[in-house]
Design a protein around this ligand. Sequence first.
Ligand SMILES: Nc1ncnc2c1ncn2[C@@H]1O[C@H](COP(=O)(O)OP(=O)(O)OP(=O)(O)O)[C@@H](O)[C@H]1O
Ligand SMILES: [Mg+2]
Length: 269
Amino acid sequence: MIEVSNVQKAFNGNPVLKGISCTFETGKCNLVLGGSGTGKSVLLQCIVGLMKPDLGSITFDGTMYTNNKINIRQEIRRKIGMLFQGSALFDSMTVAQNVEFPLQMLTPEMTPAERRDRVEFCLKRVGLENAGNKMPSEISGGMKKRVGIARAIAPNCTYLFCDEPNSGLDPATSIKIDELIHEITHEYNITTVIITHDMNSVIEIGEHIIFLHQGRKLWDGTKEEILNAQVPELQEFIFSSSLVRAAKKVDEEAEGGLASIHDHEGGGI
Ligand SMILES: Nc1ncnc2c1ncn2[C@@H]1O[C@H](COP(=O)(O)OP(=O)(O)OP(=O)(O)O)[C@@H](O)[C@H]1O
Ligand SMILES: [Mg+2]
């Protein structure tokens, strides 16, 4: 479990994170949901240590990460896998070399043969066993995301962070990527944190969701609870999607239908 406590961050006096506290649960897909510019990526960068919070603390499974000794921070850092917004593959390396890269950096004790096996295993796990020799320019956006996931999990990560994993993908590919992240999370009992503003992802894989608005956490809960959350900013956010409006309408009609059937049955007897 990752615990974030009162994290604050400002740039040139402009507060972006205004005291965020939340937990991300082990073995679950934890979603950070919110509109553009609300501080999702800044929060993620603070959590993984790419950015230093001005105030607040982050613990990983009970071990303090913020301001701890360098060797303890490095040990936690080795357990973190990252899927960056836009995949961020190295253009000059093949797919297999991209996946091998963190192994060379983080696990120098592995032999080249062990690294090759691990790369092969991870590429197979994301359904790209035949793409190892391709260059990133030769593969589609969805395949790039898969390579990004394979690269993130290659060093056996305990914590997986994904910044907008399905941005720029068509809806069908987005769902496949969501499902892949969900499967991997459960298969390896990873604490996964996914940044998104995609309501489809919420409905598909949102086991634990926090909603950010203007640098504050306004709500947290599950995908089952979100449609009935009584937070105006969250309602405005989720019902700006016509798909979600339609889903809620169908849901209410089904409930209304059931309720009227029950009423009718009750009255008849
Ligand atoms: N390094 C930085 N220096 C100055 N301001 C920054 C920096 N990084 C982010 N910001 C500002 O912090 C705010 C939040 O940015 P952030 O990237 O976290 O938004 P976001 O919620 O991830 O948005 P999106 O959904 O568009 O990715 C923005 O106003 C942004 O301009
Ligand atoms: Mg962002």
